[in-house]
Design a binder for this molecule. Structure first.
Ligand code: DHE
Length: 536
């Protein structure tokens, strides 16, 4: 009896000491905690979520890791080497040091700190109207062809470069904030809107002699998307009237006055999942796309699996239609007719297709492991008619499906072609109504030979294998964009000292390399005409 009690006390004591030991081993100083929060925000939150419940990456809450018996060494190995599922090897790729991997391995074993909420008043405090709307030029102050301007995100410089697509000259560089994610173009083609990972939006006026910032606001603490009202019709003229920002944290979207960029209305996207009806605190806004036919912005509420159609024609009586699709909606775009919205539910290996006229899901296409289309690509296949396509993060595959339910109903929303790429890790694909090729990259593939290569499919010879070649001997290739005419392809070499390589789309011959001290880590490139009109 006594020995039994003694043994129990001893065991509890030893376990207690062990637990204390683990806690001490994990304990982070305030300085470490702040550093880890910063790294998590920059490198991890996008895929795993701020609350670490998982999306493009799996759930990595402290309780989940504990239930899998993962310790600091195991987690460090994942962070160092990456995983087959598409997580980059952060240490191997030189993005984190071994010490930082150790810090992050300890950080994810303690409960996640919850960032603050953000009200309209908080946003207003950050709103800067640099040039009031009535003080802006009344007409373009230069003779350049704005339609063929390219806005290039210089990620680590916190700038956007505006390049004249006709002359290939740098027109200006504008401060837009660190780790800026993407640019979008206003409905009239006059403004670039940028959105940063830190939720900061900047408006750039392309009519100025030297295009520059005219307004900015920090709408959320974490964001990935922005778009602009593009409707003009019987319900009113909404061209450039509103900008909409989609936030990762807090999970919400904000409608702003389009030209001064003053925040007007904030709507939470915290909601229930479409399938199990469980409450999702971190229901983030991923891709957003403006309708050209209706006064609507369409947004992916990632974790819930709903696509929201937000009718902005009456802000006091906002109408939102919620279309159930599939969980973990990420990126995507229109089909060639701009009737069907095609978005990747990437952790479900599917593209979901929603008819924007009826606001109903009309199809799901199982394309491969983790589709990641960017905006996607549309072209006409000689055998199957209009098709759309995505490459994949999880495997070296480009999959095309029929996207013309009227003309080719037998192929609609069915896989019609599969092309083998060099490997997984693809982020983007691009085509153009006038192009002769479809282009794809492998930006996140761990092998330099692969992540420095592009592959192209010849639209006229769809049975041929893709042609692939190495574009660069440094950095990695990311994001592809056509010029307005669709006869040049612009490719980013994503490196500290980056390049933009321009190819003739027909001959696939290199035409020019744009270089310069200012070309620091170029990522996304957005042609004004193509972005404004959703041409891809
Ligand atoms: Fe992106 C689009 C989210 C990492 C460059 N990216 C998108 C979209 C989303 C998204 C939701 C669609 C926006 C839209 O259309 O409204 N991106 C995320 C992430 O969560 C992720 C995976 C991880 C993160 O932590 O941010 C991520 N993205 C990256 C990058 O690392 C890239 C290559 C460079 C960068 O930003 O540092 C990058 N994402 C881009 C680009 C687009 C994009 C260039 C727009 C593609 C287009 O052609 O429209």
């Amino acid at each position: 009896m006594f020995i039994g009690r003694w043994l129990r006390t001893m065991v509890i004591g030893v376990l207690g000491l062990l637990a204390l030991d683990i806690t001490i081993a994990l304990a982070l100083t305030d300085e470490e905690m702040n550093k880890a929060k910063g790294i998590f925000f920059n490198r991890c939150a996008g895929c795993h979520g701020t609350l670490r419940k998982g999306a493009t990456g799996p759930e990595i809450t402290d309780t989940k890791l504990k239930s899998k018996n993962y310790n600091t060494d195991i987690i460090k190995a994942f962070i160092t080497n990456g995983t087959g599922g598409g997580m980059p090897g952060f240490v191997k790729m030189g993005l984190l040091t071994a010490d930082e991997a150790d810090l992050m391995a300890r950080f994810v074993q303690v409960p996640p700190p919850i960032p603050p909420e953000r009200s309209l008043a908080d946003m207003e405090e950050t709103w800067k109207l640099v040039v009031p709307v009535d003080k802006r030029p009344k007409k373009p102050m230069h003779k350049r062809n704005i339609d063929n301007f390219f806005g290039v995100v210089l990620r680590d410089a916190g700038k956007a470069a505006i390049i004249d697509g006709d002359t290939k000259e740098l027109v200006s560089t504008v401060d837009i904030g660190l780790a800026t994610h993407i640019l979008r173009v206003s409905a009239t083609g006059r403004y670039f809107y940028s959105i940063g990972r830190d939720g900061r939006a900047v408006l750039i006026d392309l009519w100025m002699e030297k295009p520059d910032k005219v307004a900015e606001v920090q709408a959320c603490t974490e964001a990935r998307s922005i778009d602009v009202s593009k409707y003009k019709g019987p319900k009113g003229n909404f061209l450039d009237k509103y900008a909409v920002i989609g936030c990762y944290w807090p999970p919400q979207f904000i409608i702003l006055d389009g030209k001064p960029l003053k925040p007007l209305k904030v709507v939470s996207t915290r909601s229930f999942s479409y399938d199990t009806n469980e409450f999702i605190n971190e229901a983030r806004v991923a891709a957003m796309i403006a309708s050209h036919r209706d006064p609507e912005i369409i947004l992916n509420v990632k974790e819930s699996g709903y696509m929201w159609f937000v009718d902005y024609s009456d802000l006091d009586n906002l109408k939102i239609s919620q279309v159930a699709t599939e969980r973990f909606l990420h990126d995507g775009g229109w089909d060639a007719t701009k009737r069907y919205v095609m978005m990747a539910a990437n952790m479900r290996n599917k593209m979901v297709i929603v008819d924007s006229h009826t606001k109903k899901q009309v199809g799901q296409v199982e394309t491969g492991i983790k589709p990641h289309p960017g905006r996607g690509a549309n072209w006409v296949d000689p055998k199957y008619g209009p098709v759309s396509a995505t490459p994949h993060l999880g495997e070296g595959l480009l999959t095309a499906w029929g996207s013309d339910p009227k003309g080719h109903p037998q192929h609609a929303w069915k896989v019609v072609r599969k092309y083998e790429l060099l490997g997984g890790g693809s982020l983007f694909i691009k085509a153009h109504p006038k192009s002769t090729h479809v282009w794809a990259e492998h930006a996140l593939n761990p092998e330099p030979k692969i992540n420095r290569s592009v592959c192209v499919v010849d639209i006229k010879k769809p049975d041929d294998k893709p042609k692939c070649w190495e574009v660069t001997d440094h950095g990695r290739i990311t994001h592809l964009e056509y010029n307005k005419a669709g006869d040049e392809m612009w490719v980013s070499v994503w490196d500290k000292q980056g390049e933009i390589v321009i190819y003739d789309d027909k001959t696939l011959k290199e035409k020019q390399r744009i270089k310069g001290d200012w070309l620091i880590t170029p990522t996304g490139k957005f042609n004004v005409y193509n972005t404004m009109n959703d041409i891809y």
